[in-house]
Design a protein around this ligand. Structure first.
Ligand SMILES: *Cc1c(COP(=O)(O)O)cnc(C)c1O
Length: 359
């Protein structure tokens, strides 16, 4: 079996161990005579899987009891609407650090008064915007951030201080990759397809005192309070995606959990950034103080060489390295499931490509 090193931004590489277990259990899960896909979401055997997955999230992220953990659908983009529908009354502040942050801000405008309190849009999001906490609304319903900007390859090195204002964070592309103190946040949410598991499930972690605030016209399936009251099963949840997420989390636990994988992720990212900083050929696109550990973005001296790089890398088994159209160039997404060997193989390819194309 030949597996490639898959640097896709999402859906992205998953641990081979998790995929192998799923394959082994595909037709007959744990002597039930059926696939997890074929189980009723209300059955005891499925609820065991579901509850174990929730326990794993709680354990890996050290989520306190006064936070609800929800498994929803509609992706991170669904939450762009769900957040104002569940929390917005008098006004909220947004920090615009990338295209997804901007999309969340625009979506929220449909539902009430929101302000953008910092933005790096004019610099094509090459850095996390600077903010002045004195400009935050101290009575806001929440302040919204995107901890890792997948497209531009930037990450908050420090979180804004919001006092009693709940901090709401889109962690789609760096959840479970580094240690966060959940208590710093009112809401954390993430689409699964980068660092949690396959596409189809969206994890929402919400402090319970923020429940009960949803607008009357909030659709049932987006209502965190109703979902929390019904164990995320107001309707059929994405059962198989949740099972797969659980398998990926078991793998993460075996790596020492988030505490175990964070130093590996730092090392993986520094292999690439060190190479980029030492090279006159490659140019990293994210500002040094804002660099992501999950998405490393860079260019070669020309768009033609970028295209050649992506093509030759793919032929060498290093696939999905083309940058997002808003940035161009190359993007290497190196989530938890990308082994350090894959990053070393990419670094070796980069050195070789530089030698061959230097002029
Ligand atoms: C991928 C991504 C999204 C969009 O996720 P969907 O599940 O496709 O809606 C939103 N925010 C961030 C930070 C992302 O990386």
């Amino acid at each position: 079996m030949n597996r490639v090193y898959n640097f896709a931004a999402g859906p992205s590489a998953m641990p081979a161990e998790a995929l192998e277990t799923a394959a082994r259990e595909m037709l007959n899960y744990n002597n039930t005579g059926m696939s997890v896909m074929e189980m009723s979401h209300r059955s005891g055997m499925y609820l065991e899987i579901f509850n174990e997955t929730e326990s794993l999230v709680r354990e890996l992220m050290h989520i306190p009891e006064d936070y609800a953990v929800l498994f929803l659908q509609g992706g991170a983009t669904g939450q762009f609407a769900a957040i104002p529908l569940n929390l917005l009354a008098s006004g909220a502040d947004y920090i615009d650090s990338g295209n997804f942050a901007h999309g969340a801000y625009v979506e929220a405008q449909k539902y009430g008064p929101v302000r953008c309190v910092a933005s790096s849009r004019d610099d094509n999001y090459t850095h996390i915007p600077e903010w002045n906490a004195a400009e935050f609304n101290p009575a806001a319903d929440y302040l919204y951030i995107t901890t890792n900007n997948t497209i531009f390859g930037t990450r908050y090195a420090a979180l804004p201080e919001t006092g009693s204002v709940p901090l709401v964070a889109d962690m789609s592309s760096n959840i479970l990759s580094e240690v966060y103190d959940v208590r710093r946040f009112g809401v954390i949410y993430a689409g699964a397809q980068k660092n949690i598991g396959p596409a189809g499930v969206t994890l929402v972690i919400v402090r319970r005192d923020l429940l009960g605030r949803a607008r009357k016209d909030c659709p049932k399936v987006m209502n965190w309070t109703l979902m929390a009251d019904n164990g995320s099963m107001l309707n059929t949840p994405p059962t198989y995606a949740i099972y797969m997420a659980g398998l990926c989390m078991k793998w993460l636990k075996a790596q020492g959990g988030v505490e175990g994988i964070e130093p590996v992720n730092i090392e993986k990212a520094s292999i690439l950034y060190n190479l980029l900083d030492d090279s006159a050929f490659y140019r990293p696109t994210a500002a040094p103080g804002s660099r992501s550990r999950m998405n490393v973005t860079f260019t070669t001296p020309s768009p033609e060489l970028d295209a050649k790089f992506v093509k030759e890398a793919a032929a060498a088994g290093l696939v999905n390295l083309k940058g997002h159209r808003l940035v161009g160039g190359i993007r290497a997404s190196i989530y938890n499931a990308m082994p350090i060997e894959g990053v070393r193989a990419l670094a070796a390819f980069m050195k070789k490509f530089e030698m061959e194309n230097l002029r």
